[in-house]
Design a protein around this ligand. Sequence first.
Ligand code: SF4
Length: 364
Amino acid sequence: MSKISSCYIHIPFCDDICSYCDFCKIYKKSGHVKKYLQALKQEIKERYQGEVLKTLYIGGGTPSCLSLLELEQLFEILNILKKDRDIEYTIECNIESITLEKLKLFQKYGVNRISIGIQTVDEKSIERLNRHHTKQQVYETLKLVKESGFQNINVDLMYAFPWQTKKMFLSDLNFFLSLKVPHISTYSLILEEHTRFYNQQLTNIDEELEIWMYQTIMNVLKEHGYCHYEVSNFSCPGYESKHNLVYWNNETYYGFGLGASGYMNNCRYENTRSILKYQKGDYVLEEHVLTKREMMENECILGLRKMEGISKNKFFLQFHEKIEDIFPIQKLKEKGLLQEEHGFLKIPENKIYISNEILLEFID
Ligand code: SF4
């Protein structure tokens, strides 16, 4: 297995909690930041083996809700990690918490990619999601980010709100296009347990409407020059997320911080979501050493998220098995649920919206 060259850092703090969120997050005002950063430093010191990183991703939560001083402390901690000259160094930000001073600080520490949570610019939807930006603020902040010298920018677009009409959806999509950023990640709203929306007993949007929205995203973004490289991700050429490709390529990575997960030495691990345990140094909640079968399944489940699919050759080199001998490739091909192109197996574009069902059949 290849050497680790990627690392995810979780910063769980948020100024406010979104109605749909089931991520590992904590109110910033709970006052845990200082102790959390100390614990994060300790975890990295104990577990990091000195590898040179090619991708580093600070996610959350909302990393950008930390104060300037806290961010500086975080970056100093992350200076423990060795970084390749060409590292992709990403920080997730909420549009409301981006300031010029923070952007300058990001640059001072070598951050070169910004991923911005916007989700929607429809006023009613912003309010129901319990987010607090305005359309004007998005425009102005994006301008600031670009003028500060950041080119590698992602924005998150959410759709399939239970109340969303085609008109509302198209208006959001057009607005996102007008931002002219090189990467757009799309998410359909999922009503997860333990979220405000779940407790409000909202019902999912009509399935046909959701599929129409997804297909419209695919068609419109492609017409505007974006490459659809993963089920939910679109980028201009050369702006694919290198860090997320590590996940989809089933490669190894560190995950440090509350609730973070990682993959190393054939073992997938997940850190505790209890801030008190984490601060006591009790970082890891679960470790699972994968069997060969599980590794092969992961290679396919993750790889089939990419539009290019899985390389048959890579599979053979890695596992010394032919993929056809392990999974029902022929059967899926005959049903039109899988296709082969230049030695890669992939889900046909017109079947991507049922990819979960196909994957289940794949590993059955
Ligand atoms: S900002 Fe992100 S992590 Fe925080 S509550 Fe909203 S969705 Fe969850």
